[in-house]
Write a protein that binds this ligand. Structure first.
Ligand SMILES: NC(=O)c1ccc[n+]([C@@H]2O[C@H](COP(=O)([O-])OP(=O)(O)OC[C@H]3O[C@@H](n4cnc5c(N)ncnc54)[C@H](OP(=O)(O)O)[C@@H]3O)[C@@H](O)[C@H]2O)c1
Length: 308
């Protein structure tokens, strides 16, 4: 099969478009014929070698959408031909014509959207869902500030929070203000010209996808007992207690049941994946360059086969 692999860590030039053997599903595994693969910042962080002890060569990518091709012995949840999407393990491969996954990592894709949009969901959608609901416990009527609201995680988080009935404030640059209002943000803060802590406070939840100074300044806008959840920073020991709030750093988990919940909300037309750029898989280098520029709106998706 064709796949994008790395043989060494480094810049986008280490991404190689190659022919490699098709993966074979073991007992309890499912082979997916991939039609589209989502791109995440995690992909270029892995490519750069930011995660230690990963074996090389490695197929890139975590998010896939496609059809079930072969079902391994003992697996009964899916059958050949099912249209699915999944967040697969590191190195299993998303930027490839086939991958293998476990039933627990996948779900039937939303019926109302195509494979390209479905491939945009897994990592960013699960990160937003797990941050807001599993960790912070966001509820109807609460307020949430979402940093990086126009990005992959942010565009899902905004829509999930609105679906839940929360009041949503989002930070982005001015060029994204109208777009963010169109997907449900109640208040947009232009982070380049405004300081969010001058404009909002006493919030129930902050979701930080930016880190650094943005993370540091976020403690002060929470109400007592409020929740700071971050996808990028580590929480200093004792800091939440000192501030009288709660805080957690997210480690997104593959979760087929949550993917199925997200798919059903999409099919109810309550939310939709935002895909800004679609490129052929062979252009993975370009996709990584775009993602590393840190200003993606929504998601970048690689088209693996033309039948999507
Ligand atoms: N821990 C986990 O399990 C987990 C899971 C998923 C993602 N992550 C991490 O979370 C981060 C976000 O992921 P993502 O997929 O959402 O990234 P992304 O799509 O690349 O985010 C790009 C967005 O960030 C915005 N942005 C850049 N600087 C900003 C700032 N200072 N303030 C507010 N917005 C800013 C940009 O908006 P403008 O163009 O308007 O500037 C752009 O829309 C990444 O570092 C990723 O690795 C972690």
């Amino acid at each position: 099969m064709k796949a994008i692999r790395i043989h060494e860590f480094g810049g986008p030039e280490v991404l190689k478009y190659e022919d490699i053997p098709d993966p074979q599903p073991g007992p309890g595994e499912i082979r997916i014929k991939i039609i589209a693969a989502g791109v995440n910042p995690m992909d270029w962080k892995i490519r750069r070698g930011y995660i230690s002890s990963l074996p090389l060569p490695m197929i890139m990518g975590l998010d896939v959408a496609g059809t079930v091709d072969i079902v391994g012995k003992g697996e009964v949840s899916f059958k050949p031909g099912d249209e699915v999407f999944a967040k697969v393990g590191i190195g299993k491969g998303g930027y490839a014509e086939y991958t293998v996954a476990r039933a627990a990592e996948m779900a039937r894709k939303p019926e109302s959207i195509g494979f390209v949009e479905s491939a945009a969901i897994p990592t960013a959608g699960l990160a937003a869902w797990q941050s807001l609901f599993d960790l912070a416990g966001l509820e109807k009527g609460q307020s949430v500030l979402i940093h990086g609201a126009a990005g992959g995680v942010g565009t899902f988080a905004v829509q999930f929070a609105k679906w839940k009935g929360a009041y949503v404030i989002g930070t982005a640059s001015e060029k994204n203000a109208e777009f963010l209002k169109s997907i449900g943000v109640d208040e947009v803060i232009d982070y380049k010209n405004q300081r969010f802590e001058d404009l909002v406070g006493n919030l129930d939840v902050v979701l930080d996808t930016i880190g650094g100074d943005t993370f540091e300044r976020s403690w002060g806008v929470l109400k007592p007992g409020g929740f700071l959840v971050t996808t990028v920073a580590s929480i200093p020991e004792g800091e939440p207690e000192k501030r009288g709030v709660r805080a957690k750093s997210l480690m997104t988990q593959s979760d087929g049941k949550e993917l199925a919940q997200i798919a059903s909300i999409i099919d109810e037309r309550k939310i939709k994946p935002i895909v800004a750029t679609v490129l052929p898989m062979a252009d993975a280098q370009k996709a990584h360059e775009m993602s590393e520029a840190l200003h993606t709106r929504g998601k970048i998706v690689l088209r693996v086969r033309e039948d999507s």
